[in-house]
Design a protein around this ligand. Sequence first.
Ligand code: GTP
Length: 522
Amino acid sequence: MSTRKQPRLKLRTLILLFALLSACVTLVNSLWVIYTVQRDAVISDVLEDNTSYAYRISVSVDQLLSADLSRLDYSADRIAGRFAEQGLVKEEISRLLGQDKSFNSVLVADAKGNVLVSVPASLRLDGKPLRDMEPILRRSVMISNAFRSIAGNLVVFLSCPVTAADGSYLGLVGGSVRLDEGNALHELIDQHVRHDGAFVYIVDRTGRILFHPDPTHVGTIADDAVTRTALRSTQGSLQTEEMLAGFASVPAAGWAVISQQPLSTTNGELQALMWKVCLGLIPLGILAGILIMGAGTYLSSPLARLATFAQQLDSRESYEQIRAIPVRFIEEWRIRRALLQSASLLQEKISHLNQQAQSDALTGLSNRRAMVDAIAGWQRAGVAFAVISVDIDHFKRVNDTWGHSAGDEALRVLAGLMRRCARKSDLACRVGGEEFMLLLPAASLAEAAEVAERLRHTVEITDIETVGRITISAGVARWQPNGESTATVFEAVDRLLYQAKESGRNAVVVQAPDSPMSSFLQ
Ligand SMILES: Nc1nc2c(ncn2[C@@H]2O[C@H](COP(=O)(O)OP(=O)(O)OP(=O)(O)O)[C@@H](O)[C@H]2O)c(=O)[nH]1
């Protein structure tokens, strides 16, 4: 006997587990691939969007600044011939300031950098030196970095040199653009307000912020990777841990326009997308689960049923039940064939053993156990039966005269005669040494009496090779449902047999019809 523990895991469970595990791994892997591909695509799109957005703004700003410089250049030409005439110069710069919203103030300075005239007059700049002397020193068209003006405002200064007809440098005409106040540049950038978390800011060559949606940042220095990279390039994009940025330069001023979007916005969009994908996969997942369970049951059920019936090979029905199991694979077919062979052999063996256990070895008739079983069956089915109790007369003498083996042969012959005189449905039994019973289901008392008499007569006239002729005595009684108990009937039939012996043997005594059994038991 194997001492190994019985495994608890069922094949169906194992198949389901493996299938579900594979499905889950595939699903997670697919989701991961979808996520990474989508993330890269979204990030690339956002970077590209920001770059082209920054580029569009940089082109607009560049055009605006170039137009402002052209206007300054035009005014410089107009005042060059009459530079000393302050009234005329003032008239020209007033025209320039009033022309549009490009400048917050306009001034003309001499070659030493002292303001000759300025508008609006409220700024009181006349006679004062310029805060930033670089345009005077460079004597060329230029746009300054951001700085605090004499009036204390954060400005950039656009200027053009004023040159006399002989080429001598007279000074400059310049306009300031306030970074904290409405002007054409502000209006241009404000057109581009974005609502997807992205924002645009502009820095000058030093990284100082000129425009920013948050006014508190204007004037501060942006010293981050995106700004540094933007100031070194004409156009491009950069992904940092927090931002997806695109940038483009403003060639006229050397500024950089930076458009950037927080990475968290992109991640949020991606998460929403992945939720959609997951929700879309739910019906497919349910369908796959049902298919997996169906396949698991389909694959394992024949084996499970074979295993169940394999435990019941000793039952009569097992052969037919195993035969009825549909098999789908060669392995199952082989197992079923082996089980059918085993069931068949086992049934054969059991039936042989049953027969041995229920029959008498000497005569081949049924033994007492078989008789008891048969009576129990008839009682359960409510079938009446007659009993003929048979005993050989003076059998001791037969044995003594002819020997025990000859006596055995006589017993075998009597058994054969009993079979011959009985119907197929009757049960002939040897219940003791030379005691026999013949049970006749559904037979009347008269029919049983007739059979008993026929048997008695047949025995009487039969020559037995080893012992010659013998005679028998018999008692006949009948059991019926709702009547006397079987024990009472058997006691009565014994009594009737005794009466047959008493009457001189070779006789049949039958229970009187309708007489109670107890009357035989005195
Ligand atoms: N040959 C043989 N004899 C058996 C067998 N079983 C029992 N006997 C004999 O059967 C005889 C039965 O004898 P008894 O019951 O005394 O009665 P009887 O001699 O048959 O006389 P009555 O029954 O009164 O007619 C005994 O001698 C047993 O030895 C057996 O299997 N084979």
